[in-house]
Design a protein around this ligand. Structure first.
Ligand SMILES: [Zn+2]
Length: 344
């Protein structure tokens, strides 16, 4: 079968790899119909040292179950399924607490030992705990939004929950990528009164407004902080969704949150420490977040997608086939595209 392999910074190739197949009785074999490129795929795209073996890529996909192991009970051949970006058993202590990204038996797609979503097929471990059956046909018009349940919509939702977004709250979203934009959707969905989007790219701003952003802050750095403070009577916002992961974005987040407020971080941190330790201490700021247990959130978000109440699929502004993946990485890295969908 064919799949995406990253061999180093800027080196993405479509290669022939061993066919995905069942290994454990709890596995399912899924033929991928839709996948996408993630902002987090861009970190290795920028920095990965060269590797001859390479790393299989992709952790967001929808597909059709081709075959299941003898122990699989909840999915069957022919089911259309969405996979969260981590697999999980659904039964361990952390899964039962809704933290499937810490599953005692879980793991993540791709790398050197597992199939990635950006390929023709995937061996899905722990299929019962991992996969969610979608009650639609494979070419349903809702498919882009359903695909976002594998990561970005659930991750935006996680940022909003970690930032304690609620009715009447003021919220700022740092990061205008797909996760930040989904964070706007999540904040609106949870009842936020005012939603600031920090960004300046016209297409992204327009989408943020469509999703419910009420205020646009296009300044950067200290000027952005001053602008948010000015717009909030000098106090700052109740909740900040940090959807980037850089030192600068975290500093901005901690500078615009008001005393007693919360920062929900979902951008993978690129620095070993969190800045502004002292001011966030004296301001009693909660700093929370991490990899989103999107498997837990699919149950909550799926009905809203099926009913058309939220349309996170609008973050996809480019569609490619498998051969177009290397150029898709380039386009996202150069911010030419917000998020690239792969149709197989
Ligand atoms: Zn578990």
């Amino acid at each position: 079968m064919r799949a995406t392999v990253m061999h180093g910074a800027g080196e993405v190739r479509i290669e022939n790899v061993p066919d995905a197949r069942l290994i454990e009785p709890t596995d399912a074999l899924v033929t991928v119909t839709r996948a996408c490129i993630c902002g987090s795929d861009l970190w290795p795209y920028k920095t990965m040292p060269h590797s001859d073996v390479g790393r299989r890529m992709g952790h967001e996909f929808v597909g059709v179950v081709e075959e299941v192991g003898t122990a699989v009970r909840t999915v069957k051949r022919g089911d259309l399924v969405v996979a969260p970006f981590a697999w999980s058993d659904g039964t361990c202590v952390f899964c039962r607490e809704g933290l499937q990204t810490s599953c005692l038996h879980g793991g993540f797609w791709g790398g050197t030992d597992f199939d990635g979503g950006q390929g023709e097929a995937v061996r899905v471990p722990l299929a019962d705990g991992t996969l969610v059956v979608l009650p639609v046909e494979r070419d349903d018009a809702l498919m882009p939004s359903l695909l976002t349940l594998s990561d970005v919509m659930g991750t935006g939702h996680h940022a909003a929950l970690a930032a304690k977004v609620g009715a009447g709250k003021s919220v700022a979203v740092v990061g205008d990528g797909a996760v930040g934009l989904c964070g706007v959707i999540a904040a609106r969905r949870l009842g936020a009164e005012r939603i600031f989007i920090l960004g300046r790219h016209p297409d992204r701003i327009a989408l943020a407004r469509r999703f419910g952003a009420t205020d646009v802050v296009s300044e950067r750095g200290d000027d952005a902080v001053a602008r948010v403070r000015e717009l909030t009577g000098g106090l700052g916002v109740h909740s900040v969704l940090e959807c980037v992961g850089l030192d600068q974005s975290m500093s901005t987040a901690l500078s615009i949150v008001r005393p007693g407020g919360a920062v929900g971080r979902v951008g993978v941190p690129q620095e070993p420490s969190i800045p502004a330790s002292l001011p966030s201490f004296f301001n009693n700021v909660t700093i929370a977040g991490g990899p989103a247990p999107v498997r837990a959130y699919i149950d909550a978000l799926l009905p809203d997608v099926l009913a058309g109440r939220i349309e996170p699929g609008l973050v996809f502004d480019r569609v490619i086939d498998l051969d177009g993946v290397p150029d898709g990485y380039r386009a996202m890295n150069e911010r030419e595209a917000i998020k690239v969908a792969i149709h197989l």
